[in-house]
Design a protein around this ligand. Structure first.
Ligand SMILES: Nc1nc2c(ncn2[C@@H]2O[C@H](COP(=O)(O)OP(=O)(O)O)[C@@H](O)[C@H]2O)c(=O)[nH]1
Ligand SMILES: [Mg+2]
Length: 193
């Protein structure tokens, strides 16, 4: 898809504020600072439409980006930010749950992990959670620019095995620094919307 007119629509703090139309939603899930907002900017060729932050854990809302009135990118709050209190983490968890388990128009979940590290405890919890939701999803091993390009394919295979030993969940490398992995993800999205 050639994106022409992406717009920030709303930062929702409660389900009442979610968009009322029935456009499909493609949801970014992953720990704080893994690159969810950067992913959106990279896919739509905008520097800063989705708010990125070097201060992880700041976004506590669900941000909806209307992509040419065809679908939404939905930026969920990150989990597992260590500076959040337990109570705050629980609140964020409930907030994510409320959206993921009730929203009918979710077409795809894009689950981001960091290519440099084995999945964290929270990543595994989130993975199991997504599996139990039965929603379609893919895994992206992000920040692929941070490792040698010759190691990318092997690392992606290793990470997929760690999370998804059966190997039925499509898993791709991604990097907002290097734009080379974008086309494959667009192809996947185009098939869905
Ligand atoms: N090297 C590198 N840095 C990235 C990449 N994606 C995001 N970042 C950086 O990681 C930090 C967090 O990114 P952000 O998109 O705000 O993460 P979010 O909390 O998941 O939304 C920012 O400093 C980004 O510039 C990537 O693919 N490669
Ligand atoms: Mg963000």
């Amino acid at each position: 898809m050639l994106v022409k007119n992406p717009k920030f629509e709303i930062s929702a703090v409660s389900p009442k504020q979610y968009p009322k139309n029935n456009l499909p939603e493609i949801v970014l899930v992953g720990k704080s600072n893994v690159g969810k907002s950067s992913f959106i900017n990279t896919m739509i060729n905008r520097k800063n439409l989705a708010r990125t932050s070097s201060e992880p854990g700041k976004t506590r809302q669900i941000n909806f980006y209307n992509i040419d009135n065809v679908f939404y990118f939905v930026d969920l709050p990150g989990y597992g930010f260590s500076k959040m209190s337990k109570k705050e983490q629980e609140q964020v968890g409930k907030f994510i749950e409320e959206y993921l388990f009730n929203r009918k128009q979710i077409s795809l979940i894009i689950f981001l992990i960091d290519i440099r590290h084995s999945p964290t405890e929270n990543d595994r919890l989130m993975y199991n959670y997504i599996i139990s939701s039965k929603l379609p999803f893919i895994i992206l091993a992000n920040k692929a620019d941070k490792i040698a390009i010759t190691k990318v394919d092997d690392t992606v295979r290793y990470l997929q095995k760690e999370l998804n030993p059966i190997g039925d969940i499509p898993t791709f490398p991604f990097s907002s620094e290097r734009k080379i992995y974008k086309d494959k993800i667009w192809k996947h999205i185009d098939e869905i919307i």
